[in-house]
Design a protein around this ligand. Structure first.
Ligand code: 3HC
Ligand code: NAI
Length: 698
């Protein structure tokens, strides 16, 4: 045994406990400990059955992901699972909290499984760019059939303990203490004289061609571009034609192939970095202020979404609007959002009614916020309007309350300075729709107190969001960088690419949408307002896309008006390309005296990404983003950047910074105003270093 696995005999049952906090990951010491424990169990005649347990809240959280990419050490997890399965007497496990990935595979190596209420069982490997590699694809379909296995494995999802029992993945449901539940089950099996029941000896599942075809069709469309999900279906199919040992070999072959993909590296990078954004020095050890009651000012697109997010997470919300009609409209939107949550099973119907009658209220006067712990302003994007709101908040809110703004671009320092308590002011930049999107940019102004920042991170956790620290600048991390690559797209269109080609190339890279489709979705008035706002300070060398202003003047604001870059016909999905837009673009080229040239999709992707990464490097250099990983998380959660590429900075490291810099220097030959290589990028190339080397900064 090892320190992480203990063995004790209790009333004829060998109790084998894994204790490797925080999630009992199956690292080398655990695998070795389990192996030895099974050996001892087999050899000990007094032990009639064995019970495998995980100490703490979680049964087993899976293979130790931090070992991936390092030389493997014996025994491997598949061998451990086989060894458990080959035990000469019954082996039971009791699952509390979670049995994930290798954790569920160990459970499937056991002969009998009891699941505790509240536990989640699943094979999330595909989310990390691999497939289950310790028998999951071979044993799961043997236990629950191909169709049910395909609902779990390519989705990388989990099922509840109840559902696991229904499907036959676990034998029984229990409540209370896993040790007691497991011991009771083991004693029953001993009393019955039950034999080991190895899953590997069960017959191959039926070859369900229909379910396999359906799964392939579904996962070719969903999570487009990801290879592991489709590969996991191949592995499940192998279980239908191969006995267990060759089936496990085939699984291992596919697993090893996936292990070597850049997608695996990208997805595992994403897994670790999303857990790091809250690790920033200024809030280490700082207690957040308590937040139970919040105020939301403005109940439009964002305010209603923010209020919904807060209400579904148990906070008390008072929403302030300009007049009763606007307040009623906001209430109706929130009620509709909550109905959606009920439909998706995220909220009970009674809970929804209780929220609308007890924890949510609207008002038109600010005094209603006198007992709120925090207020989030989401009124029009106009500094004067915002300052007027903050003056009211400053007047009514209790000492120690936090005053937050959801501004997309405006200067949070200026807003803070307009109050008598700048230390209590912070930016909380949600993304639309705010009750759905996971990102929250926490915009820390010069005078923001550390416990206010800590409270923002704690609030994000309550709301189920991932918070990223950002500094103050025009657009913070995400929108500032977006403005740059969006402008790179416009430049390519001016030089000869069609907006439709740009959208197609960008989607082929893995983004969910191209910049022009995105503009249509958000509303082309937003870009128009931004151009107006920046007009006074714009450098004359900057290029303004005149076709975009022309579209605005024509009232073509995107999806909401049925026309933008695309034409949206009722009853059809997506938009249709429009020759009129091409004409407007051609006119702009002629006015600028540009002779259009062809672009390949590859060049479009390369320029778009180079603009993104170069600006992102400046954002890191200026301290607007604390580390490159904060940019990655911002783009994964706020902008739909393809997760399998890990984030833009991880992607840049993968393709090579020297090549990117050299491209940027080439582009600068034609336009040295727009393409100015970032000092950080230059320094990293000089030092032969990567963005990842800056991620360890605490
Ligand atoms: N390996 C290594 N470290 C892990 C880990 C794993 N499998 N799972 C979690 N951790 C680490 C996290 O990085 C985090 O570290 P930190 O404190 O230094 O940031 C710490 O454990 C706690 O994790 P969470 O903050 O996520 O804890 P939660 O309690 O919120 O969630 C969990 C627990 C549901 C188990 C969640 O951690 C999780 O989903 N883990 C990944 C599960 C997974 O993907 N398992 C499959 C692994 S691949 C595999 O098994 C291959 C096999 O088929 C061969
Ligand atoms: P919106 O126009 O949909 O809603 C603004 C709401 O504020 C309206 O309902 C209006 O009646 C109300 N309002 C205006 N002045 C008020 C006042 N003095 N007191 C109380 N209520 C008042 O605007 P939207 O899109 O919700 O944006 C709000 C803020 O959020 C802006 O600062 C915007 O930049 C920011 N934001 C917007 C995003 C988006 O995608 N729409 C994303 C992230 C931030």
């Amino acid at each position: 045994m090892t320190d992480m696995v203990t063995y004790e005999l209790e009333d004829g049952i060998a109790v084998i406990t894994v204790a490797n906090p925080p999630v009992n990951a199956l690292g080398h010491a655990v695998r070795k400990g389990l192996w030895d424990a099974i050996d001892r169990f087999n050899a000990e005649p007094e032990a009639k059955a064995a019970l495998i347990l995980g100490a703490g809240k979680i049964f087993l959280g899976g293979a130790d992901i931090s070992e991936f990419g390092k030389p493997p050490k014996d025994p491997w997890l598949p061998e451990v699972c086989n060894h458990i399965e080959a035990a000469t007497k019954p082996v039971v496990c009791a699952i509390q909290g979670a049995a994930l990935g290798g954790g569920l595979e160990v459970a499937l190596g056991c002969h009998y499984r009891v699941a505790l209420k509240g536990a989640k069982l699943g094979l999330p490997e595909v989310n990390l760019g691999i497939i289950p590699g310790a028998g999951g694809t071979q044993r799961t379909p043997r236990v629950i059939g191909v169709k049910a296995a395909l609902e779990i494995i390519p989705a990388g999802g989990t099922v509840s303990a109840e559902r696991a029992v229904e499907m036959g993945l676990a034998d029984r449901l229990a409540t209370g203490d896993p040790r007691a539940a497991g011991l009771a089950f083991a004693q029953e099996l001993v009393a019955e004289g039950a034999a080991p029941r190895p899953v590997g000896q069960m017959p191959c599942p039926d070859h369900d061609a229909e379910a396999l075809a359906e799964a392939r069709a579904l996962w070719s469309k969903k999570n487009r571009g990801e290879v592991a999900r489709l590969a996991s279906i191949d592995a499940v199919e192998a279980a239908t034609r191969l006995e267990i040992m060759p089936g496990l070999e085939e699984e291992r072959r596919i697993f090893s192939e996936m292990m070597d993909t850049p997608q695996r590296a990208g997805l595992i990078h994403a897994f670790f970095i999303e857990r790091k954004t809250a690790k920033i020095p200024e809030i280490a050890g700082v207690d957040p202020r308590p937040v139970a009651r919040i105020g939301v000012i403005g109940g439009g697109t964002m305010g209603a979404g923010i209020a919904t997010a807060a209400l579904t997470r148990g906070l008390d919300v008072t929403l302030i609007e300009r007049d009763d009609a606007s307040a009623d409209k906001a209430r109706a939107t929130i009620a509709k959002n909550l109905d959606g949550a009920v439909k998706r099973g995220k909220l009970g119907a009674a809970q929804k009614d209780a929220i609308l009658s007890d924890t949510f209220r609207t008002a038109t006067g600010y005094d209603a916020l006198s007992d709120s712990d925090l207020a989030i302003e989401a009124v029009f994007e106009d500094m004067d309007v915002k300052k007027a709101v903050f003056a009211e908040l400053d007047r009514v809110m209790k000492p120690g309350a936090i005053l937050a703004t959801n501004t997309s671009y405006l200067d949070v320092n200026e807003i803070a300075a307009s109050t008598s308590r700048p230390a209590d002011v912070i930016g909380l930049h949600f993304f639309s729709p705010a009750h759905v999107m996971k990102l929250l940019e926490v915009v820390v102004a010069d005078k923001t107190a550390n416990d206010v920042t800590a409270t923002a991170f704690a609030l994000a956790k309550t709301l189920g969001k991932t918070a990223v620290r950002a500094g103050v600048c025009d657009g913070f991390i995400g929108n500032r960088i977006l403005a740059k690559y969006r402008a790179a797209a416009d430049r390519m269109v001016l030089q000869g690419a069609s907006p439709y080609q740009v959208d197609r190339a960008i989607k082929a890279f893995g983004w969910p949408m191209g910049p022009y489709e995105m503009g249509d979705l958000a509303g082309l008035d937003i870009g128009y307002m931004t151009r107006k706002r920046k007009a006074a300070t714009r450098d004359p060398r900057d290029i303004v896309p005149s076709w975009a202003d022309a579209l605005y003047d024509l009232g073509r604001l995107g999806q909401k008006t049925g026309r933008g870059y695309y034409i949206y016909e009722e009853g059809t999905r997506g938009g249709k390309e429009d020759p009129e837009v091409e004409e407007l673009v051609a006119k702009a080229r002629a006015e600028a005296g540009i002779d259009p040239r062809d672009f390949t999709d590859d060049e479009i992707q390369r320029r778009y990404m180079a603009a993104l990464v170069n600006e992102a490097a400046d954002v890191v250099e200026e301290g607007i983003a604390h580390r490159p990983l904060d940019v990655d998380v911002t783009f994964l959660y706020g902008y739909g950047f393809p997760r399998f590429r890990g984030g833009p900075m991880h992607w840049a490291d993968h393709v090579g910074l020297a090549g990117l810099l050299s491209d940027i220097e080439d582009y600068a030959q034609e336009d040295d105003f727009f393409w100015q290589p970032s000092a950080l990028l230059k320094r990293l190339v000089q030092d032969n270093a990567t963005f990842a080397s800056l991620n360890d900064k605490g």
